[in-house]
Every structure is written in structure tokens, then in C-alpha cells.
Design a protein around this ligand. Structure first.
Ligand SMILES: O=c1ccn([C@@H]2O[C@H](COP(=O)(O)OP(=O)(O)O[C@H]3O[C@H](CO)[C@@H](O)[C@H](O)[C@H]3O)[C@@H](O)[C@H]2O)c(=O)[nH]1
Ligand SMILES: O=P(O)(O)OC[C@H]1O[C@](O)(CO)[C@@H](O)[C@@H]1O
Length: 740
């Protein structure tokens, strides 16, 4: 089996995982890393790749910018670009996921290994995994980790409007994607029954979906029992001992009486973790304060003011409550900790002190911290709402509480802190039963069982993607022809037929694309009229739209790139005032990313151009102006043009730009013909192409043949037809350039 796991957001690396560095780097990151590493050790698994986002940002470690990180011989983290290098929160990643899908397909195709399953974690990666699985016709597995509907319910209770939740958290889109993932999934892996029934239950009935309840594990090499320190025969890694000394020193700075038992809380700084309830309970109970100290580790922070709003509020509320209840000398809120060695030591220090672990989250889908604390022998007091119910039933290593009932919370803590017998029972139960129920090895055994049953029966029809085959085809191409339609591809029917036949013969390696000023509808009309089929990609409306395959699936990544600084209403307002322009009212002429006019009167294109720029500059829109056939004026977003769309495609599908043949006849083809593409200007070209000022880098072949005959001549010229071995290499390209 070759398993692809996908987990896009947060900070993912193999060593020194920065758990709690922000709200996006929590339990899910730990989960996917442990899952990947343990899966790779299973005898039925040949390899595991964990796909995440490549981040190149000075504010975070350069580790997150590495393309590949080996976790073991058969297990890698693969980082692919998704929306630039800057580290951004997960809600901002949505527009870039389509590009990520394509990058992942291109990567997989290059590697030449088809995944057995693609497993997406959280809605964002679920979306990616669903499409990739569909592209390869293999099963898609989904795990939500945290779901949008319950989050929205919580936010609404907190007074958020749906508009605010959409604006800041894109919540309805997330929920819609979760819904699609659940319908498409061949297996949904959940951690607990409660999660299946109460959380996923908000989306679908449990008998409608292929659920597998497989609880996660915990790393027992790190979360060993606290009493191992008392056992002279147990060998403990020095790094743990050093972490212990550091923590002891660090915590004792906060406390008047450091010898008291420790009440420990550890979670991401997220409001739903409801840390306030714990501070409130501790602050209000003189008894608790008399018998124990409180330590809250809520992520890692530098300057609270520079943190996102959610995290900022959690921390400031906590500091304010500390002040209000005057908990100085009794409460520690350390700024930093490391999750590899210090977190396990924290649990052990708390256990050795006879303390207790507390999690007062409003709801916890699973709650890794409850099994971590139990594994070290630290009893817990944990929310009864969610996954901890299962943990409690299996381990009996603590108490469940209604976190809205302060009295119950306080008494539970007091009970465990004062009843030594109870504490001992919970502590030993935790150590023993976590080893029975919550190891990653057990998880992986069940996981492999579940997915091997899927192997032979992928229910691809479930998925919503219709363009998967063409995506896969594009990823496998090593060259492509992209041609204009009018007066280039069409104009000589017999030559056009010859070209189509040649392309058919070379179809295995060579793609066929159109780049036209026409709208999609009019491109189709022309293609239908001439019986031209098997188009892989259509760049329409002068490069402002890209579509794939027979289903005409839009490239949303391209549209997202164009949206920035595009102000079509302002453009229209100023151009409407110019008397040498007529707003095109023909069908399909105006598009989301294209505002088009005809030149009218005696004015020439050369005379009109400076006047148009002057008007357009006043709009503060980032535009690109294209004049063609001496008659048409197209205004597009600054990032749109046929040439830019062609380069975008070459990059995205990893086709060397020298092997992208472009063919055209007029001004709006200029930028796809110039540069390193294998440009072909057909013999019947417009005068505006005759005087192209070519630079040393340009490769343009002026064909003698007209229309499609010229294209065929160009393809031969660049030796783009025939077997891959004949392809022009870099040195030949230079020779050719000179010849041109
Ligand atoms: O400051 C911190 C905060 C957390 N952690 C670690 O981060 C993980 C937190 O996991 P968990 O307690 O499960 O909470 P979340 O981060 O909220 O994780 C989400 O995803 C998990 C995996 O699916 C589920 O168990 C949770 O219920 C769900 O909320 C644990 O390993 C902690 O040790 C730290 O190291 N430092
Ligand atoms: O607030 P949200 O969007 O539900 O996300 C919760 C976060 O918790 C996590 O488990 C942290 O790892 C992720 O699933 C997600 O980053």
C-alpha cells in the first residue's frame, strides 16, 4: 500500500513539533504525524507520504520550506506550494486549494506511484484529498478533527452573526465542503462514538455513512509513567531529565509554595477550550487554592498584542482573571514550552506532586491530552461533552464533569486531590488502560484492516469532481500546443484536419489547448462547427478564463489570481465617457474579468492607446490593455493575458516552457508567442505581428504556411512531434534560436 495523508494547515515538521504555536497547530498535527510514522511501520504498507503546505516565511523556521522531509525510510513529509510562501491562517487558504490539488496530482504523476488511498484531515485537506483520490480512481478517506457546524453553533451562542462568521472564518463554505467530503468519502474515520453521533450527526445520520471508529493513540515512549523516575533500572533519556529540571525551576518562580500538588491545564489558546471556567473555579475556591497550585499552558506566545484576536482574547481574559482573583503566587501561565520533552514531563511533574489534569473545553472531539495525562499516571477532570466519554469508559482514569457547573468542577478536582485511594486507582488505571486501548499500533492495525477492504471497490462515482481524468492527463504531458482559433487554427479546413490527425497521433505525450479572445461559448461554437474535439484546455476571453477537458471545469486557482485589484465598474465608468469607444453588447463579450469595447470613428489603435491608458490609470485598478485587429479594446486584470495564462499552465502542470508551442496571428497572441515558448506565427498573420521587436530570449518561428498549415510547419520546426527522445533539449534550443 502507498498511503497519501493530507493535512494542509498549521506548522508541520517531524522534529520539535511546535504544538500550540497557534490555533492551527494542535492535536491534528500530532495525530497525522504519529499516524504517518506508525503506518509506515506496518508490514502491509510500502510507503506513506504526508502532504502539507510549503511555507517560506522569515517569521517561521526554514524547516517548513523544505520540499521533502524524510521521517523514516518509507515515510516523508511532502510540502507543496499553496498560496505563496507566507504563513497564513487556515481560513485564508481556501482560494488556493485548487492549485494545491493540481500540484499534488503533478507530484504524484511525476513520482509514478498511484496511491492506494488518499486520506484528508480537516475540511481543507478533505477537499484536496477528495479530488486527488478521484483523479486516480482510488478510495477517499476523511477525518474531520474539528467540524464547522458545531463551531458555528458555538459562535452563534457567543453572539456572532453568520455574516461575521463567514467574513472571518469562511464558515458556511467550510460546512458545505465538509458535507461534500462526507458524501464522497469511502471511509470516514472518527475517534469516538460520540463524535460520530453528536458531531458528524449534525451533517448526516450515522447509518448513511461509512464510519469507522478508530481512536488515536499516544506516543508511549514519551508519555511513560511518572514513577519510572523512582525505578533505578529504567533508562530515561537525558533530554526528559533536563526538561524536568528546567520546568521545575521555571514553575517554582511562580509559586509561593512550589511543593503543593499541581492542577495542570494544557491546550491551544482557543476560546472553545474554555480555560476561563477553570480559572474561575480555582479563583473562587479558597479550599482549592489552599491545597494546590494551578499551571496553565495555553500554547506558545511572544507578544500577546501581535497574536490573532481569538488567541489574544483567551490570554488577556486569563491574565485579567488572575489579577481579579489575586492568584499571584498560586497560578503559573508560562509563555513557552516545548512539546517533545517538556509536555510529557509536565504531566509527570503534576502526577508526582499528586496533582490532576483538567480540560474544561465546551466540547472536545476526542481529547488527546486526556490520554496523554492518563498514560503518565496523572488522573484527569475533563469535560463530559464529547470524546472524553469514551476515554473515561475505557480507562476509568479520572472524572467527567459538566463544565458549566462550577461546583461540580471544583468538587471533582478536590476529590482527586484529597482522596489518595481514588487518585491511586485512577492513576494506575490510566497507565495500564491507555496501553490497552490507545496505542498507535492498535490504531494502525484497525486502519489497515478498514482500508484494505476499500482497496478493491473505490466508490469514485460518489465524488463531485468531474474533471479528474483530464487533470491526470495534463499532469502526465510533456508538451502541448496552445493555439489561437480564428485565422490560425481555422481558416483552411483541409490543413486543420491534417493538424488534428497529427495531434491525435501524438496524443500520448502532447496536449492540445486553445487560447482565444472569444468567450467560452463562442470558442465551443467554433470548435463544434469544425468538428474539433479532444481539447485538454481552453484559455478564453483573452486569457482571463481557463477551462479543462470535455466538462469545461474552470481553473478556480486562475480566477483567484485575477481577482486582486480588479475594479471593472470603475473601468466601465471612465471608458464609457470616451467617444471613440463603443461598449460591446454582443453575446458573451463582457465577462467577470474582461471589459470590452469596439473602436469607432476614424481613430487608429495607435492613437487610441495613450488616451486609453490615461483614462484607465485614473481608475486605480491594476489592468492590462489589449488592442487587437485594429478594432477591439479589451481591458483585463493586470495578471490576465493569453501569455500569462499559458505560463501559468506550464508551471502548474510542470511542462517545460520550451515545449509549449503557441500559435497565433494577431496582437492579442503577442505575449504567448514571445519569450521561451515555441512561438509560431502563421503565414497569414496581421501586420501588427510583422514588426515585433524580438529580444534575445524570444523564440518565434514565422511560418510560411498559412493557418493550420503554419502550425504544422512550426511543430516540425521545433521538433515537437514524434517520440519524447526527439524533443529539443536546452542546447538545441539555443541553436534553433539562432536559426530563427
Ligand atoms: O500548548 C500546547 C497545547 C497543546 N499541546 C499538545 O497539542 C495536542 C492537543 O490535542 P487535543 O487536546 O486533542 O486538542 P486539539 O488541539 O483541539 O485537537 C483537535 O484534534 C484532536 C485530534 O483529532 C482531537 O483530539 C481534539 O478533540 C480536537 O479538538 C496534545 O498533544 C497536547 O499535548 C501542546 O503541546 N502545547
Ligand atoms: O477552530 P477550528 O477551525 O474548528 O479548528 C480547530 C483546530 O484544531 C485542530 O485540531 C488543531 O490541530 C485542527 O483541526 C484545527 O486547526
Amino acid at each position: 500500500m502507498y498511503i497519501q495523508l493530507v493535512s494542509i494547515h498549521g506548522l508541520v515538521r517531524g522534529r520539535n513539533v511546535e504544538m500550540g504555536a497557534d490555533a492551527d497547530t494542535g492535536g491534528q498535527i500530532r495525530y497525522v504525524l504519529e499516524l504517518a510514522k506508525t503506518l509506515a511501520k506496518h508490514p502491509a504498507v510500502d510507503a506513506v507520504d504526508l502532504f502539507t503546505r510549503r511555507i517560506r516565511d522569515k517569521r517561521v523556521s526554514s524547516d517548513y520550506g523544505q520540499d521533502i522531509e524524510e521521517l523514516s525510510d518509507d515515510c516523508r513529509i511532502v510540502r507543496l506550494p499553496c498560496g505563496g510562501g507566507r504563513y497564513i491562517r487556515k481560513e485564508k487558504l481556501w482560494p488556493f486549494l485548487d492549485d494545491y490539488i493540481d500540484a499534488m496530482i503533478a507530484f504524484t504523476t511525476r513520482e509514478g506511484r498511484t496511491p492506494t488511498v488518499v486520506h484528508g484531515h480537516y475540511a481543507d485537506a478533505g477537499y484536496v484529498a477528495k479530488e486527488v483520490a478521484c483523479a486516480y480512481g482510488v478510495p477517499f478517506v476523511f477525518t474531520g478533527h474539528s467540524l464547522g457546524k458545531p463551531k458555528l453553533d458555538y459562535l452563534e451562542e457567543e453572539g456572532w452573526s453568520i455574516e461575521q462568521a463567514n467574513k472571518e472564518l469562511t464558515i458556511e463554505h467550510r460546512i458545505a465542503v465538509e458535507q461534500e467530503c462526507l458524501v464522497a468519502a469511502d471511509a470516514v474515520i472518527t475517534s469516538t462514538r460520540h463524535e460520530r453521533d453528536q458531531q458528524y450527526g449534525k451533517y448526516h445520520k450515522s447509518d448513511e455513512l461509512p464510519f469507522h471508529i478508530i481512536p488515536p493513540g499516544t506516543d508511549l515512549d514519551r508519555f511513560f509513567p511518572y514513577y519510572d523516575y523512582e525505578m533505578p533500572t529504567v533508562d530515561i533519556d537525558e533530554q526528559f531529565k533536563q526538561a524536568r529540571i528546567r520546568l521545575q525551576a521555571d514553575l517554582s518562580r511562580f509559586y509561593k509554595d512550589p511543593a503543593k500538588p499541581l492542577i495542570l491545564a494544557l491546550c491551544r489558546p482557543d476560546r472553545r477550550k474554555n480555560i476561563g471556567a477553570l480559572v474561575q473555579a480555582f479563583g473562587a475556591s479558597k479550599e482549592l487554592q489552599a491545597i494546590a497550585n494551578l499551571a496553565i499552558f495555553a500554547g506558545i506566545r511572544d507578544d500577546i498584542e501581535s497574536m490573532p484576536e481569538n488567541e489574544q482574547r483567551v490570554l488577556t481574559d486569563m491574565l485579567l482573571a488572575m489579577d481579579r482573583f489575586n492568584l499571584y503566587g498560586k497560578l503559573a501561565i508560562p509563555k513557552n514550552h516545548d512539546s517533545e520533552y517538556e509536555v510529557p514531563e509536565l504531566y509527570r511533574l503534576a502526577a508526582a506532586s499528586g496533582g490532576v489534569f483538567v480540560n474544561t473545553a465546551f466540547v472536545e472531539l476526542f481529547g488527546l491530552t486526556a490520554i496523554e495525562s492518563s498514560a503518565t499516571g496523572l488522573p484527569f477532570v475533563v469535560t463530559e461533552n464529547g470524546g472524553p466519554q469514551d476515554i473515561y469508559e475505557n480507562c476509568e482514569s479520572g472524572l467527567l464533569v459538566n463544565v458549566n457547573d462550577q461546583e461540580q468542577l471544583t468538587s471533582a478536582m478536590i476529590e482527586l486531590l484529597t482522596d489518595r485511594q481514588k487518585w491511586d486507582t485512577c492513576s494506575s488505571n490510566g497507565v495500564n488502560r491507555v496501553r490497552e486501548h490507545y496505542t498507535w499500533e492498535t490504531h494502525v492495525r484497525h486502519y489497515v484492516d478498514a482500508i484494505s477492504k476499500l482497496e478493491s471497490q473505490p466508490t469514485v462515482v460518489n465524488t463531485s469532481s468531474t474533471n479528474a481524468p483530464v487533470r491526470q492527463r495534463l499532469a502526465a504531458l510533456d508538451r502541448i500546443l496552445i493555439t489561437d482559433i480564428d485565422n490560425t487554427l481555422i481558416g483552411d479546413d483541409a490543413a486543420c484536419e491534417r493538424l488534428i490527425k497529427l495531434l491525435q497521433e501524438n496524443r500520448e505525450h502532447m496536449g492540445f489547448g486553445i487560447a482565444s479572445g472569444r468567450s467560452l461559448e463562442l470558442v465551443q461554437e467554433a470548435l463544434d462547427e469544425h468538428g474539433i474535439k479532444d481539447i485538454d484546455v481552453i484559455i478564453s476571453s483573452v486569457g482571463s478564463e481557463i477551462y479543462y477537458g470535455p466538462e469545461l471545469a474552470p481553473d478556480r486557482g486562475w480566477s483567484n489570481q485575477l481577482r486582486s485589484k480588479w475594479k471593472p465598474e470603475r473601468i466601465r465608468a471612465v471608458l464609457d465617457e470616451l467617444d471613440f469607444l463603443h461598449y460591446q453588447d454582443r453575446d458573451y463579450a463582457q465577462r467577470e474579468f474582461k471589459v470590452s469595447y469596439d473602436l469607432v470613428g476614424d481613430i487608429t489603435a495607435e492613437e487610441a492607446e495613450p488616451l486609453l491608458h490615461e483614462a484607465l490609470d485614473s481608475t486605480e485598478s491594476a489592468y492590462s490593455l489589449i488592442l487587437s485587429h485594429g478594432a477591439f479594446v479589451d481591458v483585463l486584470p493586470h495578471r490576465a493575458s493569453k501569455g500569462k495564462a499559458v505560463r501559468f499552465l506550464a508551471r502548474k502542470w510542470d511542462i517545460p516552457i520550451e515545449r509549449v508551442a503557441t500559435a497565433g496571428d494577431s496582437g492579442n497572441d503577442r505575449d504567448m508567442l514571445q519569450g521561451r515558448t515555441a512561438g509560431v506565427v502563421v503565414g497569414n498573420h496581421d501586420a501588427e505581428l510583422a514588426n515585433l521587436k524580438l529580444t534575445k530570449n524570444d523564440r518565434i518561428y514565422f511560418a510560411e504556411g498559412c493557418y493550420a498549415e503554419g502550425i504544422i510547419e512550426g511543430l516540425h520546426h521545433y521538433r515537437l512531434l514524434g517520440p519524447a527522445a526527439d524533443l529539443v533539449d536546452e542546447s538545441k534550443a539555443e541553436e534553433l534560436e539562432n536559426a530563427v
